[in-house]
Design a protein around this ligand. Structure first.
Ligand SMILES: Cc1cc2nc3c(=O)[nH]c(=O)nc-3n(C[C@H](O)[C@H](O)[C@H](O)COP(=O)(O)O)c2cc1C
Length: 361
């Protein structure tokens, strides 16, 4: 009865995903600090560009985007997710930006849930879409699951997510990470679709990035500390339990997004996600070397409301990015990437500490 067993697991995964959406929508799921407030862009008193004629378009993995804003993976795999995914996808299509879907595990275990993901491609026939699978599921089920995830939404890339902080907090989580890097390398070798390794809130160090490039990933999504905290989400999911206590203890574990960016930028294509909360944060991320800037939580409430609400949020972030670019004297995204920054506080200290370590170590 292996199929029935898979369907049973699908139901468990689906109900956990539904809990996550409900808890994140309820607020108070952010923890730690991203470092963005420690970054100042150098003001250009004579910008020599026009606010009305900025070029926000950019390229990533051979695709053209209207803006470097990326809607990071959030949902799918339970009934409440379908309208949320439809609203996100329709707004992404309209804005010409990319989007990732949430983990497709539940639909791979129980095909009845596939429509909560396929709705994304229906609403966004031309958008750049990223499939999503956990690195543990990749290790345990092999390339076939990655192929099915990509086919399900006709994706241009696949995000393989690493969430060992969350897994470690959950008593029923996957506590054995052995073999994941080898599985990732095998996928990169044998798969035509670009593979993005994605953290989910604890960041990527330079050492890990080096191993990921060697494994053959096409890009890294940093998923740094300072935004949605999965330790906190798991704490809120089981109040008063040992899981909640350990979740609380580790809620600010990880590498702040800006520090992670400083460690990884320049080594390959990078998406900066984790606590990006405005177009100004996006401009800061670009100046520090990000190719795209991802946001998840800021789109959740709008996506639960309507497509128009998501479009409104995209417009607001885009306007803020434009103002930051104009005041930095950057008429294009490429120019924004060479704007000088001042970095202060703990973020500066952490970056300095890393710079003291000789490269190659
Ligand atoms: C409700 C919700 C569900 C998420 N589900 C997934 C998921 O299934 N797969 C994944 O790779 N990341 C998932 N994430 C993580 C985000 O993609 C992102 O890496 C993280 O939330 C940090 O970004 P933020 O601070 O802007 O929320 C989820 C985030 C939220 C808020």
């Amino acid at each position: 009865m292996p199929e029935e067993k898979e369907m049973e697991k699908g139901k468990e995964t689906s109900s956990r995903k539904q809990d996550h959406l409900r808890i994140c929508a309820g607020g108070n799921v952010e923890a730690g600090f991203s470092g963005f407030s420690d970054v100042r862009l150098v003001h250009a008193a004579l910008p020599e560009c026009s606010l009305a004629e900025l070029d926000l378009s950019t390229a990533f993995l051979g695709h053209r985007f209207a803006s470097p804003l990326f809607i990071a993976a959030m949902t799918g795999g339970h009934r409440d997710a379908a309208p949320v995914n439809r609203n996100l996808a329709a707004a992404a299509e309209r804005a010409g930006i990319g989007m990732g879907v949430g983990s497709q595990r539940a639909a791979l275990e129980d095909p009845d849930l596939e429509d909560t993901f396929t709705v994304v491609r229906e609403a966004a026939p031309r958008a750049f879409l990223c499939a999503n699978l956990g690195v543990v599921q990749l290790r345990d089920h092999g390339i076939e699951w990655a192929e099915r995830a990509v086919e399900m939404i006709d994706a241009q890339a696949i995000c393989i997510h690493a969430n060992f902080l969350q897994e470690a907090v959950m008593p029923e989580g996957d506590h054995d990470a052995r073999g994941c890097l080898a599985a990732l390398a095998a996928l990169c070798r044998e798969f035509d679709t670009p593979v993005i390794l994605k953290e989910t809130g604890a960041g990527i160090s330079r050492e890990t990035a080096r191993r990921l490039w060697a494994a053959g990933v096409a890009a890294i999504d940093l998923g740094g500390l300072g935004g949605t905290s999965w330790a906190r989400v798991e704490c809120l999911r089981s109040p008063g339990t040992p899981q909640a206590r350990i979740g609380d203890r580790f809620s600010d574990w990880g590498i702040p997004t800006v520090v992670s960016l400083a460690e990884v930028a320049g080594t390959g294509p990078v998406i900066a996600t984790g606590g990006v909360r405005s177009g100004l944060d996006m401009a800061r991320g670009l100046a520090l070397g990000a190719d795209l800037c991802g946001m998840a939580l800021p789109f959740l409430a709008p996506a639960m409301e309507s497509e128009e609400a998501v479009s409104g949020a995209i417009e607001r972030f885009t306007r803020e990015l434009g103002v930051a670019m104009f005041l930095s004297g950057a008429g294009t995204v490429k120019a924004m990437r060479s704007v000088r920054t001042y970095i202060t506080g703990t973020t500066r200290q952490m970056i300095r500490k890393r710079q003291e370590i000789p490269d190659g170590s």
